[in-house]
Design a binder for this molecule. Structure first.
Ligand code: PAP
Length: 321
């Protein structure tokens, strides 16, 4: 059973501050402080900024949806839990990483704000929220943030497939063209993706010891390197003894796409229902796991349009794709 923050639990749509609504994805989106959130989640996420209390030793995994959240959660959970959790009966064998690393403010993943208060430190938490919708103390309390982004064309294709997998109630599939139009206008869950990337990118430049900025592509091309860097960043570098016994390699292999996808829990994990709004098979979180899959779905023109948009939005920031 996998519940993503992207879906979240069912809440009544916010009536008072609905400025703009976007129809077209599997559920409507509402514009809130520059970001498009699923309408039924807005009221919950509005509480996060004022009521979530970051702690100095929190680790917060922040991502744009479809950029590798499931993978990053599995890696961070396994890295920080090594020593006390064995691979043979590891929690990831019986639960999806979304349920092991709660989404801040998302009850179904154990991230209800009151519940988070009761968790012992250090907490490993996650969010799809942009930095500007999190409490400002995130930047001052000393907690660690790991941000993961992905080449936008691949992130878009992953999003499009995912939307069509989570549609329920016989709704017609979303066309690639329609999805592309909305995505390029910034109208996608937790979009505009460029502002989301840039907020964390700038924070990582300003506070590199507290904000780590990762890309899905670098994780795919050299996962072992990222595993080691992540362990160092999280304050738990591999000891010489661990290196000698291959612990980093074990973690990398255990959390690889094929390994996680082939676990029963992720192959046959049941359909979860978000108040009847959305349902999801855990297998929907493990589609292809490839870099560059966009060429199999988008036209050359679409690719060029997206590239121009990305160049324009990230110009001068130092962030390039
Ligand atoms: P979420 O936002 O709904 O949580 P998220 O996990 O961020 O989704 O992204 C899913 C993508 O990560 C999928 O990409 P694809 O559609 O291009 O295939 C999924 O396949 C990929 N993914 C999931 N787990 C792994 C993994 N262990 N290694 C590499 N890629 C992975």
């Amino acid at each position: 059973m996998a519940q993503t923050q992207d879906q979240s639990e069912s809440n009544p749509p916010l009536e008072s501050s609905v400025a703009t609504v976007c129809e077209g994805w599997s559920t409507p989106l509402t514009l809130h402080n520059n970001y498009w959130l699923r309408s039924h989640t807005v009221s919950k996420f509005m509480l996060v900024r004022d009521n979530f209390k970051p702690r100095r030793d929190d680790i917060i995994l922040a991502t744009q949806p479809k950029c590798g959240t499931t993978w990053l959660k599995a890696l961070a959970f396994t890295i920080t839990g090594r020593g006390r959790l064995s691979f043979s009966d590891h929690p990831l064998r019986t639960d999806n990483s979304h349920n092991l690393v709660p989404f801040i403010g998302v009850q179904d993943t154990g991230g209800d704000l009151e519940h988070l208060e009761t968790l012992p430190s250090p907490r490993l938490l996650s969010t799809h929220l942009p930095l500007s919708l999190l409490p400002p103390t995130i930047s001052t309390v000393g907690c660690k943030v790991v941000y993961l982004c992905r080449e936008p064309k691949d992130a878009f294709v992953s999003r499009w497939h995912f939307e069509n997998k989570i549609i329920t109630g016989g709704a017609p599939p979303i066309s690639l063209d329609d999805a592309f139009g909305m995505f390029c206008q910034g109208r996608s869950p937790f979009g505009p993706f460029w502002d989301h990337y840039l907020e964390y990118w700038k924070e990582s430049l300003a506070r590199p010891h507290e904000v780590m900025f990762l890309r899905y592509e670098e994780m795919v091309s050299n996962p072992l390197k990222v595993v080691r860097e992540l362990a160092c960043f999280l304050g738990a570098p591999f000891t010489q003894e661990e290196e000698t016994s291959g612990v980093a390699q074990q973690i990398e292999r255990f959390c690889s796409f094929d390994s996680l996808r082939n676990l029963d829990i992720n192959k046959t994990g049941g359909t979860d229902s978000a108040g009847g709004k959305i349902s999801l098979q855990a297998s929907a979180l493990f589609r292809k796991g490839k870099v560059g899959d966009w060429v199999n779905h988008m036209t050359k023109d679409m690719g060029e349009t997206m590239d121009r948009l990305v160049d324009h939005k990230f110009k001068g920031s130092g962030l390039e794709f």
